[in-house]
Design a protein around this ligand. Structure first.
Ligand code: FAD
Length: 469
């Protein structure tokens, strides 16, 4: 019988958590392998998440520019959307990036093993379904990075045509005439923004009292206002009772905020009600790994309760389901496994970006959370209407809001909605990591004319001294 291959680190799953962990482990000189069940690398993020959605959002933005070209003195007599070409562009971006991940793994001498990985005993992983000769691997350290899948509502099954999750909606054969989106979290509002701009009549149903419910209340209110202005219907406090397939698509019964039963019909239904961790069938039951509703509980360095087993990314209990969080957790896990100095993740410093129109970006505590935590709060807010670059771009909606603590003005949270704020949030994250104050930000020179000047002005506004308003 062939000898069991032995590694310092085996990573299970090649999403942004797994492949980054594997590359860093190899960079640290550890003999590393990565196990992936699919025939492509990059996970949810690359194939059915971050990358394809943002590719479509660029198409939507350009199409919007054509529709509004006359505002810029440009007259287009004819233009149209070629859905096949849009899909082909998206596929090309995804394929190029997936090949890039494979190239990086190989460049760093990470051994690639195709197959379904499962913990089979202390320091052991069994493999099924791949082409690997070995059926078992031995590893001093194992990093679980198996990611998540979309949740559906009880009794509903995605069919690829009418009832959709983030997977099927990306591969629709044509742009639907109408769509109901259940869930106004990041995934729901991004798809609402994409399809609305492609011409789909979109209605969003959210069970909680506001859209993007994890964001600051002012941000939710601004997004709802912007969506309604654009023509996207948003029903909050809408409790979906039943979704039924019909001859023309789907019918959704829900109870609206006033307690009245309502019914909506549409060609398609996108279910965006959250994610479930891929922790079934990976052998956790034979270990000391603790879980909470399927999510894995970890220590500050991503260690589970089973010695030598780490968990990172979407499967981690209490960790935000974001690609950059998965990657950072992967680095922390393997640095710890290698005995290298590292630091636990500070989840207060995680940037959250939602690429709807207008974009949303935030870090740290919302105003409400800061007050609930007992801080004496001081807030500075500056609208993009007062920012010259926003005026030049022709998108004056939204604002930057900085939440600070008295008496020193320490920045507790920054919340933005408006043009390209998903780029501007990086400076707020750095400011918070360096324990910056509103004074620090207001004395940091920002180039003119830039959208980032709205951050500078919001910092001035903390002391009630914004210049351009
Ligand atoms: C529509 C959508 C849009 C998103 N947009 C963004 C965004 O803009 N920015 C952002 O930060 N985040 C975004 N996310 C979230 C992001 O995609 C995830 O947080 C991220 O992919 C999680 O990374 P991961 O490595 O934990 O898992 P995943 O990316 O899910 O990867 C897990 C990998 O493990 C493999 N696997 C699973 N089980 C096994 C097994 N037993 N053996 C071998 N392989 C296995 C899977 O095939 C997969 O390749 C989005 C998500 C969705 C759904």
């Amino acid at each position: 019988m062939a000898e069991t291959p032995k590694y310092d680190v085996v990573v299970i799953g090649s999403g942004p958590g797994g492949y980054v962990a594997a590359i860093r482990a190899a960079q640290l000189g550890l003999k590393t392998a990565i196990v992936e069940k699919d025939n492509k690398f990059g996970g949810t993020c690359l194939h059915v998440g971050c990358i394809p959605t943002k590719a479509l959002l660029v198409n939507a933005e350009i199409y919007d520019h054509f529709k509004n070209a006359k505002d810029y003195g440009i007259f287009c007599k004819e233009f149209s959307l070629d859905w096949t070409a849009v899909q082909a562009r998206k596929a090309k971006i995804v394929t190029r990036l997936a090949k890039g991940v494979e190239f990086l793994l190989k460049k760093n001498k990470v051994e690639i093993i195709h197959g379904f990985g499962r913990l089979s005993g202390p320091g052991r992983i069994s493999l099924t379904g791949g082409e690997s000769q070995a059926q078992e691997l031995a590893a001093k350290n194992i990093v679980l990075a198996t990611g998540s899948e979309a949740k559906l509502l009880p009794g509903l099954e995605a069919d690829g045509k009418t009832i959709l999750t983030n997977r099927e909606v990306l591969d629709l054969g044509q742009i639907p005439k109408s769509m109901i989106v259940i869930g106004a979290g990041a995934v729901g509002v991004e798809f609402a923004s994409i399809f609305h701009r492609f011409g789909t009549k979109v209605t969003v149903l959210e069970m909680l009292p506001r859209a993007v419910p994890l964001e600051d209340e002012d941000i939710s209110a601004e997004l709802e206002k912007a969506f309604r202005k654009q023509g996207i219907a948003v029903h909050t406090q809408a409790k979906v009772e039943k979704a039924t397939r019909t001859a023309g698509g789907v019918s959704v019964a829900f109870t609206s905020s006033d307690g009245k039963p309502q019914t909506l019909a549409a060609e398609t239904l996108l279910v965006a009600v959250g994610r479930a961790p891929n922790t079934q069938g990976i052998g956790l039951e034979k270990t000391r790994v603790r879980t909470e509703r399927g999510f894995v509980k970890v220590g500050p360095y991503m260690q589970t309760d089973e010695p030598g087993v780490y968990a990172i990314g979407d499967i981690v209990a209490g960790s935000p389901l974001l690609a950059h969080v998965a990657s950072m957790e992967g680095i922390v896990a393997v640095m710890h496994a290698a005995g290298q100095p590292t630091e636990p993740i500070n989840y207060q410093h995680v940037p959250n970006c939602t690429y709807c129109e207008p974009e949303i970006a935030s870090v740290g505590l919302t105003e409400g959370q800061a007050r609930d935590a007992g801080h004496t709060v001081k807030v500075g807010k500056f609208p993009f209407a007062g920012n010259s670059k926003a005026g030049i771009l022709g998108t004056r909606e939204g604002f930057v809001k900085i939440v600070c603590a008295e008496p020193y003005g320490e920045i507790l949270g920054v919340h933005m909605i408006g043009p390209r704020v998903t780029e501007s949030i990086a400076e707020a994250v750095v400011a918070m990591r360096l324990e910056g104050t509103a004074f620090d930000l207001s004395h940091t020179m920002h180039a003119h004319p830039t959208l980032a000047e709205a951050v500078l002005e919001a910092a001035h506004a903390v002391e009630g001294k914004a210049i351009h308003i």
